[in-house]
Design a protein around this ligand. Sequence first.
Ligand SMILES: Cc1cc2nc3c(=O)[nH]c(=O)nc-3n(C[C@H](O)[C@H](O)[C@H](O)COP(=O)(O)O)c2cc1C
Length: 253
Amino acid sequence: PFGINFHMFQPGAEQIVEAVISKNIKAVSYSRSPTADFISKFKKNGVICIPTVGALKHALKAVDLGADALVIQGSEGGGHTGSTPTTLLLSSVLQQVEVPVIAAGGFRDGAGLAAALAWGAAGIAMGTRFMMTQESPVPQVTKDAYLSANIEEIKITKKFDGLPHRLIFNKYIQKIDRSNPLSLLLISLSSAWRYKQLTESSFKDLLKAFFAMLRGDDLTISQSIMSANSPAIIQKAMVEGFPNEGAMPSGQV
Ligand SMILES: Cc1cc2nc3c(=O)[nH]c(=O)nc-3n(C[C@H](O)[C@H](O)[C@H](O)COP(=O)(O)O)c2cc1C
């Protein structure tokens, strides 16, 4: 691969950083409050750093830390997302940074690309659209569920993994969105257990990730516990092919 996407608080992040350098990977994409020492390690080894940010203040911080280019993801974008619409975030970031800015969030065709270029972006990044391609390994039954979702059903909730997450409000997510804190805690603990099995992480790894998120990501204890929901429940829809029992992150495209 020429590029790797990861996030700084996942178990094994340090090994990923080492692997990027030892395998001569050319570029990295990351989000979530990266630490300065990871980034300086990349920079010293000539790895191009392209973080994704969802807010102007995060864009400015990322450039200060040494980003070579930025992906700005507006609130229309799929997965973890901010609250500023793509066009507003794009124009405000372009006014304040010198590095190339790639626009993301809600793009689905050439017209969107042309509009972003006219705005001053260096290009666009698309997530949901590429996930729907024939080449994408996502099970067809899950792609069909994406195709049948209306744009109004693609909403943001913080109850899924503690951070604003845009996804299809299927029955499962509707239930989570209505859940009280105690049921959310039980769901999260069972997800943490599944995540441990999926990633073959030890309890020590999980606790390390938990405390790193708590410290470095400005998350509350409940947000850090809930973050375990994301990988395990997304996998249910996106890999195992059960769209009604899992989570389907999606942009408004
Ligand atoms: C199913 C799905 C999974 C995603 N997973 C990640 C991820 O693991 N890391 C990441 O940085 N961004 C992730 N994203 C965000 C995309 O990289 C991209 O910024 C976003 O999809 C752009 O918005 P769009 O979906 O409207 O095109 C994901 C998006 C989707 C839809």
